[in-house]
Design a protein around this ligand. Structure first.
Ligand code: ZN
Ligand code: ZN
Ligand code: FE
Length: 743
């Protein structure tokens, strides 16, 4: 394979940046170099994958071409540089050790679902990995949840304490093996093991124990990839209710793990795009429409129009589902609103009065990572909760950013760091209400900065002084830029879509502190050169009791009715104390929130009168539309910059009185909101419309607004890579703080 030192000899230096390590890139390069008789070397470094190849220009050309075609499936290349350098006269091709010095900008890969070849092995009785729960190869297996430092080498992972047996080492060292440098490579002889607690006499193995417990309606705590999951038979209403009670989660939908695609099809209506998403390497929970005759208990999805479904994504899950081939609830192993447990001892303690049986293992989890949630909107995936399988892949933004740490919002928190044009987002951390959650928030910041050797020069946070994230930022001692919540929403969506022109940003959500001190949430911004002009918004109304109105939808409903018709009609909805707040304007802040308008309409139509989790009432209102298809609409009066809901509320009340079908009322309400966006868009003269904020998790609204706008030639952008809800705020903060710092 020696390169002949003719005058034609050239040497190229190739640098691939992005998520390029631990995906089988080096063996591919090695194989291709051998095929074309090239000399040189390949190595992982802290900036990416570095290759030097030497040979004739024809061979080098073929090499580069094939390298493009044979890219490992999991690799995500964000930049590629090819440079010609002096030939060295080398005659061999080698794989070099990783270089551990220098800046750290290479991406850590997310955890990858088990590949088909590995699945075959664990179910093949004569394979040496038959039944082994920690099987993986260069194309699959854990990454982010086991990595302690980069470069991604075994000594920098939680596999560092397991010493490979001779056979595993042989696989690891052979460039022609599918496990060449698969860092977590292991087998039953040398790798991690599972066991159950309590241990039971006479049962052959922990997974049989788990299966028997599930069949009896018991609750299992399973140590998975990114933390503990709580599992229970999804067909067993009593068991699901017991889990709800013990976990203190009354209403929020549970996700379901299903053994196979065939099982998913039996219970849900799927499109090819949805099936691709289920089978993707990220293997997220995918929101699907349940079939009417599914035997999944109604207590699982509750008020949601969707059923969150995932397929097994680790050998442990595959093996468990083989023993229990039916839908199983799989939800984060925590008490409501607390971070997910990742440690055996901690889980045995914290989940002790929730789970009946524990399935534990001894491969440590480096950091918590919940299951991600995604769906297909308009034929393309959209991430709603970004964690396992996606974090910590960076989002590439249009402009270079200074070294900003963005600490996100308060609900569904994520944090982010900016390195050049890349923004690395943490996994979903959660609501920052509890001390445990705030601890997880601080650990995530520390972890992200340490992993990337990142020293923030600037902190970006929300404007709201009472968010735990804002308080942390202001106490950090570093320069802080406070970014308005809804500016951050639309900036995040614009940035991930690479928008560099002026655009109309529509930011609709529950609540966020506005620039005028009122609570915003129904905003239209004209964004030009990074500045925002609030060109339209929902007519403000009072939220009696402030925060209390977020949970109690009757308060928003009463407020609207009181404003239009006075106290006599509002008192049919709420008790006198709440009316007094409205009349005196005490503890009743003004809000332009579309989220609260949803609450009010849900209440007036008797669809829902409380939010036991964020967005519950709005979700119910979307669900009641069902299969109804209509263009009928109410009117939001928007002759001025203010969208007045008064005619809409009047029409809803009349329709309710006349016993109009609630599906129709709900559809007309959604349509009115979509029409309002179209009307504002027409007035601006801008062609690019950005939709962001938690309200756009509503698929009916997002699709309706999108199709109306596209019908008139507008270009519509929604979130794809980061959540539309407050999980995307950190990205927007990073981008805007970068803009403001640049001046
Ligand atoms: Zn594999
Ligand atoms: Zn082994
Ligand atoms: Fe928000």
């Amino acid at each position: 394979m020696a390169a002949s030192a003719t005058t034609d000899t050239q040497r190229l230096r190739v640098l691939l940046r992005g998520a390029v390590q631990g995906v089988g890139f080096r063996p591919t390069v090695y194989r291709l170099a051998a095929k074309f008789g090239l000399a040189g070397w390949v190595r992982n470094s802290s900036i990416g994958l570095e290759i030097e190849v030497e040979g004739s220009s024809g061979q080098l050309g073929d090499f580069l071409l094939e390298l493009k075609q044979e890219r490992p499936r999991a690799a995500v290349i964000t930049a590629e540089e090819v440079l010609e350098i002096e030939p060295s006269g080398a005659t061999r091709f080698e794989i070099h050790f990783s270089d551990a010095v220098g800046p750290k900008t290479t991406s850590v890969l997310p955890d990858l679902a088990t590949c088909p070849t590995c699945i075959q092995e664990i179910f093949h009785p004569t394979d040496r990995r038959f039944g082994y729960a920690f099987t993986n190869c260069t194309l699959c297996g854990p990454r982010y949840t086991i990595v302690l430092d980069i470069p991604y080498d075994r000594s920098n992972t939680t596999m560092q304490t397991f010493e490979s047996c001779a056979q595993c080492r042989c696989e690891y060292e052979s460039p022609y093996d599918r496990r060449f440098h698969a860092q977590p490579n292991a087998c039953a002889t040398c790798g991690p093991q599972i066991w159950s607690v309590p241990q039971r006499e006479g049962i052959t193995g922990p997974l049989v124990h788990a299966a028997q417990a599930l069949a009896m309606g018991h609750i299992i705590a399973l140590k998975g990839i990114g933390g503990f999951q709580l599992l229970v038979d999804a067909r067993n209403s009593a068991a699901v209710n017991r889990l709800r009670e013990r976990k203190h989660r009354e209403e929020k939908p549970f996700a379901v793990l299903m053994p196979s695609l065939a099982c998913v099809r039996q219970h849900c209506v799927t499109t090819p795009q949805e099936e691709d998403l289920l089978l993707s390497q990220a293997a997220p929970i995918v929101l699907l429409r349940p079939r009417e005759h599914s035997d999944v208990a109604p207590e699982v999805a509750k008020s949601s129009p969707y059923l969150g479904v995932m397929l097994p994504y680790s050998p442990l899950h595959h093996l468990l589902m083989r023993e229990s081939p039916f839908p199983v609830v799989a939800t984060s192993g925590n008490r409501s609103d607390e971070p997910i447990s990742i440690d055996n001892e901690e889980a045995l303690d914290r989940l002790n009065d929730i789970a009946d049986v524990f399935i534990l293992h001894n491969r440590p989890i480096a950091r918590p990572c919940d299951d991600s949630v995604a769906r297909v909107l308009g034929d393309r995936p959209q991430i709603l909760r970004r964690a396992r399988g996606y974090a910590p892949l960076p989002v590439t933004v249009p402009h270079e950013l200074p070294q900003v740490l963005a600490v996100g919002g308060h609900l569904k928190n994520t944090v982010a760091i900016a390195i050049g044009r890349q923004v690395f987002l943490s996994q979903h951390i959660g609501d920052l209400d509890s001390p445990e959650a705030r601890g997880a928030f601080e650990r995530a910041i520390e972890d992200l900065c340490r992993l990337y050797r990142f020293e923030p020069k600037l902190i970006a946070c929300d404007l709201h002084p009472d968010y735990a994230s804002t308080r942390w930022a202001l106490a950090s001692g570093l320069p802080v830029i406070q970014v308005q919540h809804h500016h951050a929403h639309v900036a995040a969506c614009a940035a991930e879509n690479g928008i560099t022109t002026d655009y109309l940003g529509v930011a609709w959500d529950g609540t966020g502190l506005g620039l005028d001190g009122t609570i915003w949430g129904g905003e239209f911004f004209l964004s030009a050169n990074g500045s925002f002009e609030r060109i339209a918004h929902l007519r403000p109304f009072r939220l009696p009791g402030g925060e209390a109105a977020i949970r109690d939808c009757r308060r928003s409903a009463a407020s609207l009715v009181w404003q239009v018709y006075g106290a006599s009609r509002a008192e049919e909805i709420v008790e006198p104390g709440i009316l007094t707040m409205l009349e005196r304007g005490i503890n009743a802040p003004l809000s332009s929130s579309v989220g609260r308008l949803f609450d009010a309409v849900a209440c007036l139509t008797r669809v829902a009168d409380q939010n036991r989790f964020e967005g519950e009432a709005a979700m119910s209102l979307e669900r009641v539309i069902g299969k109804l298809c209509t263009a009928q609409t109410y009117t939001i009066d928007n002759r001025g910059p203010i969208g007045d809901w008064a005619p809409l509320v009047g029409a809803v009340l009349t329709n309710v009185q006349n016993r109009v079908d609630v599906a129709r009322i709900a559809a007309k309400f959604h349509n009115a909101l979509a029409n309002w966006i179209l009307q504002v868009a027409r007035r601006t003269g801008l062609k690019q419309i950005v939709l962001s904020g938690g309200v756009f998790q509503n698929a009916y609204l997002a699709e309706r607004a999108g199709s109306l706008l596209r019908g008139e030639g507008f270009e519509v952008f929604v979130h794809r890579q980061v959540p539309s809800n407050d999980g995307g705020i950190s990205l927007g903060q990073a981008v805007l703080a970068g803009n403001y710092a640049r001046g």
